[in-house]
Design a protein around this ligand. Structure first.
Ligand code: SF4
Ligand code: SF4
Length: 566
């Protein structure tokens, strides 16, 4: 039995779903391509380093890149060979990212045999393992959040919490899938609900969490049914399915938590701070596979949909397969006037071609015919953007400050709480590409902060070096003095005469110093004659500035300096 959410989040949009078009068929397996171009950076964190060389034969599931330290608290993810074959290149290739960058990739010429590596070890009794052992399995399997962000999953399995008063007691499973066109999670739930529930149980066991809430949008009745059927009497007690209203972006982590629990995650805080941890539904499936089958993350479900695609569907695709090959297998017709997007139309990454490899965060390949672009007009301060912002921000203010590069004000206005959902862009009557401004500004702030960190680090190093040199100089001098004293003592040289001479010189120097800094002598003990002379001088001075003593015929009006009476 599923429940209905009692709470709402602010703003958001009701968008056309376009989901049915890719849900007509079952999940299909993409063919193994002749070459796999596997990027070393498919996640948030440190780039994995290749541990294979050109010419090496590799087997499916074999680790081909990692940091090598085997520490399961590092922000990184291992990369595995998606199929068997030979490494023919380790070189730069375009990789899908907001920054339109290239990155190191390992190219494998596949042998078509798809032979698994020997090092694939299913776990027979996973619930007997402790937190660290489960975390290590997930770390070695290279699992990252499959909802889009690509944050390494092993780091979200740590039981430590900065807020000691609030232990982690609630697991939230994000199955909302709120962006139009994307259906990979819904398709996976329909076909693999039991495995997903097993994955949830392993995460609950690792984190010792009793309570789990699966949040799913109410426009997925078949997926909801599949989850309900997958729960048995025991799991029903601990796992609750809650339907949330279909409203974009209900799948945003903070928005989903608010709808499910009524709790708002404060700015600069994480769900963990409120005792919650959130995983995507496809991630739980990958966790179950890694534990029950011993298989690392080498493939994922990708929705292939949009215009010019004859057979839109969900496909199981090996990482490193070029998007062009996936599109072609779905009857794609290329045209000049179209956009290829990795992800959905609201938050996806616009690509300049289909020559990009599928990576761990590729949930959808969407082709959209380009509409005629309207030039942006000036902001009319209508406030529509603020009305729809789910993060309760002031998008028009963020726009002004981004445009004027006022990065301090941008941070005061919480630009980093912007989830780049695109709701403000969507409703802006002036067609201002607001999110582009925010992305640019965020990047600039990050760059400045990292430059500052580098220069601070260099200054600290310089200061420390100076300190070390000074200290060494003092230590050398002290050592020399001690050595000399010891030598003199050994040779029986009496240094007392030298010492006396030295003391006399020091005393003379001290006297000179005192004279130089001496305060003028007190004048209270002057002779009578001297005091008379001083009085005479004072009298003459006072006559000079006394108006009564001034010759009035000159009309001069000299005043004493301290006369303030006008
Ligand atoms: S919606 Fe567009 S025009 Fe209206 S206030 Fe926001 S930025 Fe300005
Ligand atoms: S993109 Fe950012 S500012 Fe715009 S509506 Fe979404 S969260 Fe708000």
């Amino acid at each position: 039995m599923s429940l209905f959410a009692k709470y709402k989040f602010n703003g958001g949009l009701k968008l056309a779903g376009h989901k049915k078009i890719s849900m007509q068929e079952k999940i299909a397996d993409a063919t193994i391509p002749a070459q796999l171009i596997v990027p070393l950076q498919q996640h948030i964190g440190r780039v994995a380093k290749p541990i294979v060389n050109i010419g090496d034969k590799v087997l499916k599931g074999q680790c081909i890149a990692c940091l090598g330290d085997n520490k399961n608290n590092t922000v990184t993810a291992a990369i595995h060979a998606p199929s068997s074959g030979e490494v023919i290149a380790i070189e730069q290739h375009v990789i899908p990212s907001m920054l339109k960058q290239t990155g190191d990739c390992i190219t494998i010429k596949t042998d078509g045999k798809d032979t698994w590596h020997n090092d694939i070890n299913p776990i027979n009794d996973p619930l007997s393992l402790d937190n660290d052992s489960l975390k290590q399995i997930i770390f070695e399997a290279g699992i990252v959040g499959l909802g889009g962000a690509g944050f390494p999953t092993h780091l979200k399995l740590t039981t430590k919490n900065s807020n000691k008063e609030k232990p982690i007691d609630t697991l939230i499973i994000n199955a909302a899938e709120c962006e139009p066109y994307i259906t990979c999670d819904a398709a996976l739930i329909q076909e693999q609900a039991t495995r997903i529930i097993q994955g949830i149980q392993f995460i609950q066991h690792a984190l010792k969490i009793k309570k789990c809430i699966i949040g799913i949008e109410d426009n997925k009745p078949q997926a909801i049914k599949a989850l309900e059927l997958a729960l048995d009497d025991k799991t029903q007690e601990q796992i609750e399915i809650t339907q949330v209203p279909t409203r974009y972006p209900a799948g945003g982590e903070k928005q989903l938590i608010q709808v499910l629990t009524g709790k708002q995650i404060p700015i600069n805080k994480l769900p963990r701070d409120l005792g919650m941890i959130c995983h995507n539904v496809a991630t739980t499936y990958a966790v179950a596979n890694a534990i029950l089958d011993g298989t690392p993350l080498i493939e994922r479900i990708v929705t292939v949909t949009g215009d010019n695609i004859e057979h839109p569907k969900n496909m199981r695709v090996l990482f490193g397969t070029l998007m062009s090959e996936v599109l072609n297998s779905c009857g794609y017709t290329e045209s000049n006037n179209q956009d290829i997007i990795m992800g959905g139309p609201m938050m996806g990454i616009h690509l300049d071609s289909a020559n990009y490899p599928v990576i761990k965060t590729t949930n959808c390949i969407l082709v959209k015919n380009n509409k005629t672009k309207t030039d942006p007009l000036p902001c009319i301060r209508c406030g529509e953007c603020a009305r729809v912002c789910p993060a309760n921000l002031l998008p028009q203010q963020l726009f002004w400050y981004s445009r004027s590069k006022d990065y301090d004000r941008l941070q005061e206005h919480q630009i980093f709480s912007c989830i780049e959902c695109g709701c403000c862009d969507y409703v802006c009557p002036s067609h201002i590409p607001l999110v582009q401004f925010y992305r640019f500004a965020k990047n600039e702030i990050w760059t400045q902060e990292s430059d500052k960190k580098i220069s601070d680090h260099a200054r600290e190093r310089h200061e420390y070096r100076q300190y070390r040199l000074e200290r060494k100089k003092a230590e050398d001098a002290e050592r020399k003095a001690k050595k000399k004293a010891l030598l003199n003592k050994k040779q029986g040289i009496d240094t007392s005469a030298d010492d006396a001479k030295k003391s006399a010189i020091e005393a003379a120097l001290q006297r000179v110093k005192e004279k130089q800094t001496a305060v003028p002598k007190n004048t209270s003990h002057l002779t009578v004659e001297q005091q008379k002379k001083i009085k005479e001088v004072d009298r003459r001075r006072s006559n000079k500035i006394n108006p009564a003593a001034i010759d009035t015929t000159t009309k001069n009006t000299i005043k004493p300096k301290d006369d303030n009476n006008g």
